[in-house]
Design a protein around this ligand. Structure first.
Ligand SMILES: Nc1ncnc2c1ncn2[C@@H]1O[C@H](COP(=O)(O)OP(=O)(O)OP(=O)(O)O)[C@@H](O)[C@H]1O
Ligand SMILES: [Mg+2]
Length: 361
């Protein structure tokens, strides 16, 4: 049943480099892309997921809403980074009444912060969702799988107050990894195997491995496109904005400078690839029988030339870009298909958020 219009939310991905906005309309004929836009942020506004310049970020969001003429004030947004922990744990089965306190106690072992400083949420991964042999064994042995999500309270409060001072209603606060998973599931025909979703943004590299629709491994690390800017800044002795232009191919370079750029790219990209490789190797030791079907890339930095090929070579798995728009109906008179397909990986989190509705966590 299509969700009622009043429950529809604006998906707002507040990244450290750019804010992405997506609006989707549910109609009888399916889901329609109604709005998509993006606005850049200055370098210091958001650092590693924490909002440093709330006024600047708020003004950027206001601009985006104004330019796209968006009336809906109900927003779904997400947090990520070191302040957010997502972990699947196994605990002994209990009565519902005991569950809450047991999970709270168990969670303390897995959360590197004071338990009083985090908002804790959990979801029981029922046997229906995870029908693997491994989960059947657990059911028989009296264990149950629980997905823990903990986010530091100060970060959550910052995002909520940012939206409030902007005149918006934070209806859903999600986690980047789950929003991405949502975008993947709604845009892919087949989702019942094991996939690695890898998002390379400006300051964060997020890995989420899902199996039969359940996240079995997540990790966020401080890698991203910004490292390339830093490398260019020191190698070319330029400011941040000029480095961004050089990175995106907007500056004509001489032969020797092309070599310097190549060096920066190679060193940063190999760091990303090693990080992804380490995560997948760890996964294989934890789940020895698990075959990963493919790696799906998103985030603006996945388009750095050479990255996708090099990753594919190093991990020996198929690597593709995630196109979150492929499950949506697109009016080509409103959206240029070339532009959309170019922007697709960067829009993935925002699409996943726009697909949420009021009442979702
Ligand atoms: N065509 C491109 N080629 C290479 N890099 C690109 C391209 N387009 C954008 N980027 C880089 O991608 C990054 C922005 O991606 P994205 O919007 O996914 O990040 P973000 O969500 O703002 O950051 P984060 O999630 O890390 O806080 C920037 O570093 C930008 O320079
Ligand atoms: Mg991002």
């Amino acid at each position: 049943m299509p969700i009622a219009k009043k429950n529809q939310l604006v998906g707002l991905d507040i990244g450290s480099h750019a804010i992405k906005l997506v609006e989707i309309e549910d109609s009888k004929k399916g889901k329609i892309l109604k709005n998509f836009g993006m606005i850049g942020l200055p370098r210091e506004a958001i650092v590693e997921g924490s909002i440093r310049e709330i006024e600047i970020v708020s003004a950027a969001i206001k601009n985006l809403f104004k330019n796209l003429k968006i009336k809906n004030k109900n927003v779904a947004t997400s947090v990520s980074g070191y302040s957010v922990i997502v972990k699947k744990i196994s605990i002994a089965k209990r009565e519902d009444s005991e569950l809450e306190s047991t999970i709270q106690e168990e969670a303390e072992q897995y959360i590197p912060f004071d338990i009083h400083d985090v908002n804790l949420d959990y979801e029981i991964l029922s046997a229906e969702e995870d029908q693997s042999a491994e989960s059947e064994e657990k059911t028989q042995s009296g264990l149950m799988d629980v997905m823990l999500v903990a986010a530091k309270k100060d970060i959550v409060e910052d995002y909520v107050s940012l939206l409030q001072i902007t005149g918006l209603n934070p209806a859903v606060l999600d986690v980047d990894a789950f929003a991405l998973q949502n975008a993947f599931e709604s845009s892919s025909e087949k989702t019942d195997e094991c996939y690695a979703l890898v998002n390379v943004g400006a300051e964060e590299l997020g890995i989420n491995v899902i199996k039969n629709g359940v996240s079995i491994f997540t990790r966020d690390s401080s890698f991203g496109g910004f490292q390339i800017n830093e490398g260019i800044m020191s190698s070319f002795e330029v400011e941040y904005d000029e480095a961004e232009k050089i990175k995106l191919g907007g500056v004509k370079l001489e032969e020797k400078d092309r070599g310097k750029l190549e060096e920066v790219l190679t060193s940063v990209i190999s760091g990303w690839v090693n990080e992804i490789k380490r995560a997948l190797d760890f996964l294989i030791t934890t789940y020895p029988d698990q075959n990963i079907e493919k790696v799906l890339l998103s985030g603006g930095s996945c388009r750095i030339p050479g990255f996708q090929k090099y990753l594919e070579m190093q991990i020996d798995l198929p690597v593709e870009e995630l196109n979150p728009f492929s499950g949506l109906q697109i009016n080509e008179k409103v959206f240029d298909p070339k532009y959309l397909s170019y922007m697709a990986p960067q829009a993935a989190v925002a699409v996943g958020l726009a697909l949420r509705s009021t009442g979702d966590k």
